[in-house]
Design a protein around this ligand. Structure first.
Ligand code: GTP
Ligand code: NA
Ligand code: MG
Length: 291
């Protein structure tokens, strides 16, 4: 509704690209630009989602996507929860099948692409070749009069990172990203696992609203009371606003990546919703072929 209170929120950026083109390395390099990185010697755990805070207080949320072909459905989902795709293309390898697949996902989701030509430290890297290959897939970079920003980077040598962040912030400004922080939270599960000591640990991305400790959450066919909220530095948070990735503890089971989550008003409602979803799933799996 048009009376909703809307605040600017950080852009959600998904890193996509062909296997081994350097997505995770680039994320690690970008994370080192976080003003809080290295503070208190905190061990950063490897999760597929984190937020970088820049010197001027601006924040950017990054999501990693696995490169293996088997994960193409998660990549497709990644394109749907993201504002901007950073397409990583290794400068020595050029456009490859999963680069093309990522372009298709981004275009289908109408998400703007920023190209990061990575591995520029390698002597065989040729950004001109990448530009021409991209043109064959209707990605026209700015130097050719198009509207796609292309940044040359090296995750290994840590060059071009500031240019890439600048390009992201410029694109975010154009998109004018806003969300209402004052409603109950919803969002999507990025990844989830069962931890021996802590139980179900789910990394979620808050889409709208603010997720708080003590909230009752339904995620896929799991539910629970949020016992703890943790950021990627394992710091306890009281709450997480729009576009914030956060680990939550307290669900009764492990949801699936891509599952939607939402805060509900009470436990009875959570039980009702999850039982309904489980029943739906069961009925679907028992449906006769062709039904
Ligand atoms: P998947 O997740 O398996 O698809 O791979 P990825 O795209 O995340 O690539 P990853 O970061 O695992 O890097 C793949 C290989 O490329 C590793 O051996 C990295 O060390 C190397 N690599 C990544 N970035 C650079 C770079 O800028 N320069 C050089 N020389 N090597 C790089
Ligand atoms: Na790899
Ligand atoms: Mg990777």
């Amino acid at each position: 509704d048009h009376d909703e209170h809307m605040d600017l929120r950080p852009p959600v950026v998904t890193i996509m690209g062909h296997v081994d083109h350097g997505k995770t390395s680039l994320l690690d390099a970008l994370r080192s630009t976080d003003v809080a990185a290295g503070e208190a010697g905190g061990i950063t755990q490897h999760i597929g989602a984190y937020q970088v805070r820049l010197k001027d207080g601006q924040r950017v949320t990054f999501l990693d996507t696995p490169g293996h072909a088997a994960f193409s459905s998660m990549r497709a989902r990644g394109a749907n929860i993201t504002d901007i795709v950073v397409l990583v293309v290794a400068g020595d390898d050029g456009v490859m099948p999963q680069t093309i697949e990522a372009i298709k996902h981004a275009k289908a989701a109408e998400v703007p692409i920023i190209v990061a030509v990575n591995k520029m430290d390698k002597p065989g890297s040729d950004p001109t070749r990448v530009v021409n290959e991209l043109l064959q897939h209707e990605i026209v970079v700015e130097s050719l009069g198009g509207d796609t920003q292309l940044i040359e980077v090296s995750a290994k040598a840590r060059t071009g990172l500031d240019n890439l962040l600048e390009a992201i912030l410029l694109q975010a400004e154009v998109l004018d990203l806003k969300a209402n922080p004052d409603r109950s939270a919803d969002g999507v599960v990025i990844e989830a696992k069962l931890d021996k000591g802590r139980g179900a640990v789910s990394t979620v991305l808050v889409n709208r609203g603010t997720l708080k400790r003590g909230d009752i959450v339904v995620a896929g066919s799991q539910w629970g009371k949020v016992r703890a909220l943790l950021n990627e530095r394992n710091e306890q948070l009281q709450e997480a606003g729009p576009a914030t990735p956060v680990e939550i503890l307290g669900l009764d089971g492990v949801p699936s990546p891509g599952d939607a989550f939402a805060v509900v008003e009470n436990e009875a409602r959570a039980r009702e919703l999850t039982e309904y979803r489980i029943r739906l799933k069961r009925e679907k799996s028992m449906a006769p072929v062709g039904a």
